[in-house]
Design a protein around this ligand. Structure first.
Ligand SMILES: Cc1ncc(C[n+]2csc(CCOP(=O)(O)OP(=O)(O)O)c2C)c(N)n1
Ligand SMILES: [Mg+2]
Length: 330
């Protein structure tokens, strides 16, 4: 099938900009400018941009802890996402969320909470809401190979399959859960076969090939919107950095990183576009535009204030401030 040149070019922009976004986050994290743990998604751009790019704005997305890339593409301005990761008052969640808790319900980025396997369950709620309210919004949940070991994944797939809920399980198999290779912690050669026990269709996709990612997600979304239930898609990919920013990843065998860097999703799409007659000049202009967008996001983040100490208890609970707890004492 293949995507149009226009669409592939837009997706290349998305991938390039989230790569630059993450490189900036890596640099400032190393410099101690970003509070807390940061999990980078460099190398996984095709899976992140392809999943979000294949969905509608009103489809629910549940990013995971390694989700900056997907989060940036759900519709929130990148500068608001970056300022959030810097813990600044101007961040989309006013600096209360940080790297792992960026959410923006206006574009149905439903956020993460730091517990692996938790959103695999809570995402059933939005999927059920679509069914109950008869909308055609699907729910896409990101999960890693390691997360699949959580019992919640089985409970979730069991219920989604039984109730034919419109869920797309986006299983990003980046080979490792912290330092453990997936073949050391799962019996399957390919994790997608996990779905067979629940009679749910599943597919293994080259997660570094954006066209393959989009095609698989679109197909799963069509099924889900027709009421045919969930799909599991295993995207084979790799994170170039260690588990968290600063992890030297000493557990990886020699040459493995380089092998995956050869399969860089940006490099592949760039050369596909060149072979489809997009010029070097056009691509360079696009890349410069992305560089500028990320530079602007960085300037905004660095120049933004920290949350004020006197506001520390604000914006933590929905609809009421901590001070309002007094009303519950009676
Ligand atoms: C319930 C739970 N157990 C353990 C952790 C600690 N932890 C955070 S990320 C992670 C590994 C996740 O691996 P994977 O699902 O493959 O995602 P990846 O980090 O590779 O993107 C673990 C064990 C956690 N956050 N929650
Ligand atoms: Mg993993």
């Amino acid at each position: 099938m293949g995507l149009s040149v226009k669409r592939l070019t837009e997706l290349y922009y998305d991938m390039y900009s989230i790569r630059r976004f993450e490189e900036v986050i890596e640099k400032y994290s190393a410099a101690g400018e970003i509070p807390g743990f940061v999990h980078l998604s460099i190398g996984q751009e095709a899976a992140q941009a392809g999943v979000v790019g294949a969905l509608k704005k009103s489809d629910y997305k549940f990013p995971d802890h390694r989700g900056h890339g997907a989060i940036c593409l759900c519709g929130t301005e990148k500068k608001l996402v970056m300022a959030e990761i810097f813990g600044k008052a101007t961040g989309i969640n006013k600096g209360r969320g940080g790297s792992m808790h960026v959410n923006d319900l206006t574009c149905r980025n439903m956020g993460f909470n730091g517990i692996q396997g938790s959103t695999v369950v809570t995402c059933l709620g939005t999927a059920f809401a679509s069914l109950y309210n008869k909308t055609d919004d699907v729910t896409a949940v990101f999960m890693g190979d390691g997360t699949l070991g959580e019992g919640t994944c089985h409970e979730s797939l069991n219920m989604a399959a039984t109730w034919k809920l419109p869920v797309i399980y986006c299983l990003l198999n980046n080979q490792y859960a912290i330092s453990t290779h997936y073949r050391e912690s799962h019996p399957q050669q390919q994790l997608a076969t996990w779905a067979k026990g629940y009679e749910v269709p599943s597919e293994v996709v080259d997660g570094n090939d954006i066209e393959a990612v989009v095609e698989a997600v679109e197909k799963a979304a069509v099924r889900a919107r027709k009421g045919e239930g969930p799909t599991v898609i295993e995207f084979m990919t790799y994170r170039w950095q260690g588990h968290f920013a600063g992890d030297p990843a000493a557990y990886r065998p020699d040459g493995e990183l380089e092998m995956w860097q050869d399969k860089c999703p940006l490099k592949k799409t760039r050369s596909d576009l060149l072979s489809r007659k997009v010029s070097e000049k056009e691509l360079k202009e696009l890349e410069d535009k992305a560089e500028q967008e990320i530079q602007d996001a960085l300037d905004f983040s660095l120049n933004s204030p920290e949350p004020a100490p006197e506001d520390a208890l604000k914006h933590i609970y929905a609809d009421f401030e901590v001070e309002d707890w007094s009303c519950r004492e009676n």
